[in-house]
Every structure is written in C-alpha cells, then in structure tokens.
Design a protein around this ligand. Structure first.
Ligand code: SF4
Length: 237
C-alpha cells in the first residue's frame, strides 16, 4: 500500500494515496475522500496525468476499499508494512499525495500508526481544519506533522499567524514576491521549513489556464464570498 511516486522518490519520501475527491469504486460504492475540498477540486492534479493510469487508479481504489471494508485490519496491514527495515533510519511518509483525512475514525487510525512507529516522520497537506482542531491539535504525536493547505471549504477557519499554512501560487517568482517560503527544494519543507509555505502550480497547462494568476487562497475567498451573496439574496426572496 505504501509506495514512492516519481515526484517524491527523489527526496526518498514514501507515500500513501487514496483516490482523489469523489468517485465510485468498482463495486459500486461511492466515496468522497476530500470532503473539505473547495476550489482545489476543480483543478485537482491528482485527477489528471499518471493518476488516471488504470493500474495507479486501481491501486488507490484498493487502498480505499481496504479502509472502508475493515479499518482495524487495514491498520494492522499498514503497521506490518512499516515494520520492514526500509522504514528504519528516519524516513518520511507523506500520507495522501492524493485524498485527505475523510473521517474521524480514519484520522485516529493514522495517529495510532504514527505513535506505534516513532522512527518514521508522517506528514500531510490537509484541508480538514475542523477535524484536525478537534482530533489532532490537542495532542499530536511528535512524528506527525501537517500543513493546512488553502483552497478548501474551511479556509475561513485558518489563522496564518498561528497555523502552518500552504498556498498555491502561479510561479516561484510570485511566491518570493509575496514573502512566502517555497518548498521547491524538498516537499518536507512544507512541514519542517519556515511558515507560510508557497507551492508553484503544477505544470498542467489546461489547469494553469483555469487557475490564472490567483492563488488558491484568493480564489477560495472569492468563491466563498460569492456563495454567501447568493445565499443572502435567495433568503431575502
Ligand atoms: S484536497 Fe487535494 S486531492 Fe483532494 S480534491 Fe483537493 S487537490 Fe485534489
């Protein structure tokens, strides 16, 4: 279940993936692994390119099916994988290069896994602000790190003066001009480097055209304001 995608292999980072956002498993069950996704879902990198290769998609779907079928067994299986010697000596595991912490019980399982394997640094980008406030922030394992990434429905809960946050910018130059800190040297800078963290858009031309020059934070804020205006207008009818 744990693998190394091409983007993270060069940093010797392992990863665990779910199918991104919403879909249907081969057995007909529907899912949403990113319930807090906002504008990011419209330009989700994990729904394009290699992520759509049949064998890659099938692997991610198998991971999710195992979690949904039997969470305790999945947890035991992940722990068995992490017992392999290749996970000794300070390696990092990115939980979700696609997908997110989609339920409380699933999130708590990862916290137990991190506590059981203190040698491994577990880290994630997440949009699950409310869930992390309740379940993770009060007592996080020392080897479990996260960064809240903008572009989700819970952006308004974030406070960049106290939260570690990441935003997607059009270019590296835009990150520098905003005074944010790039994670271009290593993905681990997202959780171990200085805060706040800027990431340049993925090089996928049709998605870049859709995002334009705005950051995910700006795009989500405009989207949220528009939704509130529509809702107020509707309520006054
Ligand atoms: S949270 Fe990540 S994986 Fe999920 S829809 Fe957004 S960009 Fe895609």
């Amino acid at each position: 279940m744990i693998t190394q995608n091409s983007g993270l292999r060069r940093f010797n980072i392992h990863n665990f993936s779910l199918p991104a956002w919403a879909g249907r498993l081969p057995d007909g069950r529907t899912y949403n692994t990113c319930p807090a996704a906002g504008v990011c879902a419209a330009v989700c990198y994990a729904r394009h390119g290699t992520y759509r290769f049949p064998q890659v998609k099938a692997k991610h779907e198998r991971n999710l099916a195992r979690i949904l079928d039997d969470l305790p067994q999945w947890e035991a299986d992940i722990l068995a994988e992490l017992a392999h010697p290749r996970f000794r000596g300070g390696v990092a595991l990115r939980v979700h290069d696609s997908g997110d912490y989609f339920s409380d019980s699933y999130t708590l399982a990862w916290l137990r896994i991190a506590r059981a394997v203190p040698d491994v640094l577990f880290y994630s980008y997440t949009k699950e602000v409310d869930r992390f406030r309740r379940l993770v922030e009060p007592d996080p394992p020392a080897n479990f790190r996260w960064v809240y990434s903008y572009g989700g429905k819970q952006d308004h809960l974030l406070d960049p003066t106290r939260d570690r946050v990441a935003d997607v910018f059009p270019t590296e130059t835009a990150i520098a001009e905003a005074g944010w800190n790039t994670n271009a040297d290593t993905d681990l800078d997202a959780v171990l480097g200085p805060n706040p963290v800027g990431m340049a858009q993925n090089n996928i031309p049709h998605l870049q055209r859709r995002i334009g020059a705005r950051t995910f934070r700006e795009w989500q804020a405009a989207q949220t304001a528009r939704t509130r205006t529509v809702s107020r207008t509707t309520n006054h009818r």
